[in-house]
Design a protein around this ligand. Structure first.
Ligand SMILES: Nc1ncnc2c1ncn2[C@@H]1O[C@H](COP(=O)(O)OP(=O)(O)OP(=O)(O)O)[C@@H](O)[C@H]1O
Ligand SMILES: [Mg+2]
Length: 284
């Protein structure tokens, strides 16, 4: 198994004494879609900031492509080219006067030509659906628009791994679906995606692998159908069951499904199970 990113027994304490990470060990497999779940303050954002060297563990280590990361400027510059983070709050990420300049900053900083930069920025704006915002001042954009600019920012850098800290929080339903489609497209291009979310339905349907954190520790890891069937864990982590599993469990409990070996991951799969007359409809 190849891990593109790895944390090994990472401990991290903020300056005010808050112990944010207390022995976190996990690996992110290359090319996968991984979700980190955990209630507010669990340590998700803190962990993410370790993956591109913004935070340095007090003890333990962070590895990228099987190499322990070094905290030298030249190493970090290269690391950040390969591991991009879309921050939870777009206001911490965006700082340029207008959208085009904002997205150009990364590629220009990598030393790419103006022509290549323009090509990348144009593509990133198309992919995130913000071409019409090109000349708008970033600070006047709505939250959802800023979020797209923040994603375009990172896409234009073309990193191998992209970390999204709550990419769909506060987005309207249509924007959420569009962002998820975009994430799938990026993953199909071969990129490893790691994201945090509080949306259990999204995590269950989307992730290849799920990691659950609580109070600075990893309390569970596994495939979505494993993690979300563990009622004790869900309660402990303050998570609820995805609605698709709730419905599936109910149908199963009532003996309404003939084949119980297939667990649906998406609404479409669940509807298909029902639509294919696997339900024994009681005729009055
Ligand atoms: N700059 C900081 N200084 C001091 N403590 C901090 C700082 N940033 C985060 N913390 C603390 O570290 C812990 C972990 O916070 P973190 O932001 O990593 O959690 P999170 O899982 O991302 O939460 P959320 O779901 O609310 O985004 C929390 O107790 C938080 O209060
Ligand atoms: Mg956070």
């Amino acid at each position: 198994m190849t891990f593109i990113l790895e944390a090994k027994d990472v401990h991290f304490q903020y300056e005010d004494g808050t112990m944010a990470l207390q022995g976190v060990s996990l690996g992110i497999e290359e090319g996968k879609k991984v979700v980190i779940l955990g209630s507010n303050g669990a340590g998700k954002s803190t962990l993410f900031l370790h993956f591109n060297g913004i935070h340095k563990p007090q003890s333990g280590e962070i590895k990228f492509a099987d190499e322990k990361i070094k905290y030298k400027n030249s190493y970090l510059k290269n690391l950040r080219k390969n591991v991009g983070i879309v921050f939870q709050d777009p206001d911490t990420q965006l700082f340029s006067a207008n959208v085009f300049q904002e997205i150009s900053f990364g590629p220009l900083n990598l030393g790419l030509s103006e022509e290549e930069t323009r090509r990348r920025v144009t593509r990133a704006m198309e992919e995130t659906g913000i071409t019409h915002l090109k000349d708008r001042p970033t600070h006047l954009l709505s939250y959802g628009e800023k979020k797209r600019v923040a994603i375009a920012d990172i896409l234009a850098m073309d990193p191998q791994v992209i970390i999204f800290d709550e990419p769909t929080a506060w987005l309207d339903p249509v924007s959420t679906v569009q962002i998820i489609h975009l994430l799938n497209k990026i993953n199909e291009q071969g990129k490893t995606l790691l994201l945090s979310t509080h949306d259990v339905d999204l995590a269950y349907s989307w992730a290849d692998y799920i990691i659950v954190m609580k109070k600075g520790r990893v309390i569970s890891k596994g495939r979505p159908e494993e993690v979300f069937q563990d009622e004790i864990l869900l309660k402990d982590a303050g998570l609820v069951k995805p609605w698709i599993l709730e419905v599936y469990d109910k149908l199963l409990e009532q003996g309404m499904l003939r084949d119980s070996s297939f667990i649906p991951r998406t609404k479409e799969e669940l509807l298909q199970m029902i639509g294919e007359k696997e339900i024994k409809v009681s005729v009055l």
